[in-house]
Structures are given as structure tokens and as C-alpha cells.
Design a protein around this ligand. Structure first.
Ligand code: URA
Length: 241
């Protein structure tokens, strides 16, 4: 399945992106407008259809529908189960990670292994209760040997499941955890460092990329950066109230 739109479609999408994206840091305007192209070109039309549809999607029905999914290679490469998102259906924040690891694959819950524990600890130190947050992944099945899911795998999965989760939850902010999850939404050719911590407003929700906790386990000094990202995200939500 091709994930790239044609050039003419892309140009059209760039124009749409430029008219839609509202950026919070003026100096990064051009980079972030470019960043929003991937999101808007690959998922915008699907989201628009869903957001304007009156047919409600229920998470339970979604889980039942895709519990045995084999639509991408990860479905037949040794996963124990499809790991769906967890959290309240009315969450204002949605965290999107890369893919389940060993512990998540066994228990069927995202971010409960070593890096997940660090993520949950940071959230709680920022007074963000995991009970108020919907936590999910861009690919719902564990890749063999914990390799990075391919663009094909995460795009297939995002179109089948993630987009529908977004439609159900309708979060105000989607926080993408790490470069792979960020590339599901934003232009993968932009350096992750130029996107991290930026809050990019789209027509449907804002997106804020931050570091993956697996990176933080190797670079403890970046924990404070992620805390500041989450505090900025909280402040952003407060301003919206
Ligand atoms: N890493 C992720 O990206 N997601 C998980 O659920 C666990 C680890």
C-alpha cells in the first residue's frame, strides 16, 4: 500500500496545511508547516470523513474487529496479541508510542515495561494522571526482536486502528512519544530534534512530540526536558479551557 500522495496531491495538501496549521513558535513556522504536511496528506481526508460522520465508533467494537488482525507483517511474526490503547474515552490527552515491547505484548497493555514505568512516573510527577490519559501506539503488535515497525506497518495499523481511536477519543492534544510515532503524524524527513517540544495545532487536535522513555533510560539528563514538555502541554490545555 502506498502511503505517499501524488505530487499534485501533495502540493494541494501543502496549501491546505499552510492554511490550517497554527504554530506556536513563530521562528519555526516554516519547518512546522512543512511538518504538518505528512499528517494532513496521509490522514486528513480519513479524519475529515470520520469527524463529519455521525456513525459513532466504539472502542470495544474496534477491539473486537481487529483482535486477530493480520493486515500487516506484524500480525504473523510472533506477536502474542494486538495491544490496544488504554484510558478513558473522554481523555483530552492521547499519548502515541511506537509499538508494544515484550511486557506489553504479554500483558496486552501499552507502556507497562521498563520504559513505560519511567513514562508513567514522569507523568505523575507532572501531576498528569495516567487515568486521565489515553495511551496507545502507532503499531499495535510487537515487532520481532523489538525492531522498529516499518513505515508500511505503522501506516497500515494507523489507518486501521489509530485513526479510529482518535475519532473515538477526540483528544485535544496528541503527544507523540519518540521519533517513530512522530513520523506517523509529521514529516519523517524533518529532524526529530526540530519538532520535539513544539505544539502544532491542526484542525482537529494539537500535536506535541517528545522523547521516548527508552531514550531517557539511556540519557537521564533528558528527563527534565520531557517534564518541561508535559508541563507546557498542561499549560496549553489550561489556556484552552
Ligand atoms: N515502547 C513503546 O513505544 N510503546 C510501548 O507500549 C512500550 C514501549
Amino acid at each position: 500500500m502506498s502511503t505517499r500522495p501524488s505530487n499534485s496531491k501533495l502540493i494541494e495538501m501543502i496549501v491546505i496545511a499552510q492554511s490550517k496549521a497554527h504554530l506556536f513558535e513563530k521562528e519555526n513556522q516554516m519547518a512546522l508547516l512543512k511538518a504538518s504536511v505528512n499528517l494532513l496528506s496521509t490522514i486528513d481526508s480519513s479524519l475529515k470523513t470520520m469527524f463529519t460522520s455521525h456513525q459513532p465508533i466504539r472502542l470495544e467494537a474496534l477491539r473486537a474487529q481487529y483482535a486477530g488482525c493480520t493486515q500487516c507483517p506484524l500480525g504473523t511474526q510472533g506477536r502474542t496479541q494486538v495491544v490496544f490503547g488504554t484510558g478513558p474515552e473522554n481523555a483530552s490527552i492521547m499519548l502515541v508510542g511506537e509499538a508494544p515491547g515484550h511486557d506489553e505484548d504479554l500483558k496486552g497493555i501499552p507502556f507497562i515495561g521498563r520504559s513505560g514505568k519511567l513514562l508513567r512516573q514522569i507523568l505523575s510527577e507532572c501531576r498528569l494522571s495516567p487515568e486521565e490519559i489515553y495511551i496507545t501506539n502507532s503499531a499495535k503488535c510487537r515487532p520481532p526482536e523489538n525492531r522498529t515497525p516499518t513505515p508500511y506497518e505503522r501506516t497500515t495499523c494507523s489507518h486501521l486502528i489509530l485513526l479510529k481511536e482518535i475519532h473515538c477519543i477526540r483528544p485535544q492534544v496528541i503527544c507523540t512519544i519518540g521519533a517513530t510515532a512522530t513520523a506517523t503524524f509529521l514529516d519523517a524527513t524533518l529532524p526529530f530534534s526540530s519538532l520535539r517540544g513544539k505544539i502544532i495545532q491542526t484542525e482537529y487536535f494539537a500535536i506535541m512530540p517528545t522523547y521516548h522513555p527508552a531514550y531517557l533510560l539511556r540519557n537521564r539528563s533528558a528527563v527534565e526536558i520531557v517534564k518541561n514538555d508535559f508541563l507546557a502541554l498542561k499549560a496549553f490545555l489550561m489556556r484552552k479551557l
